[in-house]
Design a protein around this ligand. Structure first.
Ligand code: ATP
Ligand code: MG
Length: 136
């Protein structure tokens, strides 16, 4: 049975800054993700705070929001069978040092904060995150 899902992916400032956008997009395309919509934007700190609100009690929240708003990012809607989980697998562990060979964070990530990509962690959050960036 087919289980086509959509998930939200962000190419973070550290990767856009190093011109890795096309390389990372090609990694998604090679794994049969369809890029349904995409845009390059530079969000404000307030928008980053809204986006990462689930982490507001964490000690790294402020730095995380400062970082995500520090430069242009590329946000994309990715579509594929089991897209949420498949994207998380392709991304690898949060800390690039722990990420498996071949994953995006292993290949491109610099550190736990500059880990190059974001991906929705559940179908429910994927819907919320897609709406956040693409509704109107
Ligand atoms: P993302 O949401 O960006 O896809 P993730 O789901 O793998 O990453 P989360 O637990 O949601 O990880 O954390 C969000 C972001 O906060 C991470 O991408 C990382 O940059 C940062 N972060 C997470 N844990 C730490 C930590 N212990 N110290 C510093 N930064 C952290
Ligand atoms: Mg997360």
């Amino acid at each position: 049975m087919s289980n086509i899902e959509q998930t939200l992916s962000i190419i973070k400032p550290d990767a856009v800054e190093r011109n890795l956008q096309d390389k990372i997009k090609n990694e998604f395309i090679d794994k049969n993700f369809e890029i349904i919509n995409e845009k390059k934007i530079h969000i404000s700190k307030e928008e980053a705070e809204k986006f990462y609100k689930v982490h507001e009690t964490k000690p790294f929240y402020n730095d995380l929001c400062t970082y995500l708003s520090s430069g242009p990012i590329c946000v994309m809607i990715l579509q594929k069978e089991n897209a949420v989980l498949e994207n998380r697998k392709l991304m690898g562990a949060t800390n690039p040092n722990d990420a498996e060979e071949g994953t995006l964070r292993k290949k491109y990530g610099i550190s736990i904060d500059k880990n190059s990509v974001h991906g929705s962690d559940s179908i429910e959050n994927a819907k919320i995150e897609i709406d956040f960036f693409f509704k109107n």
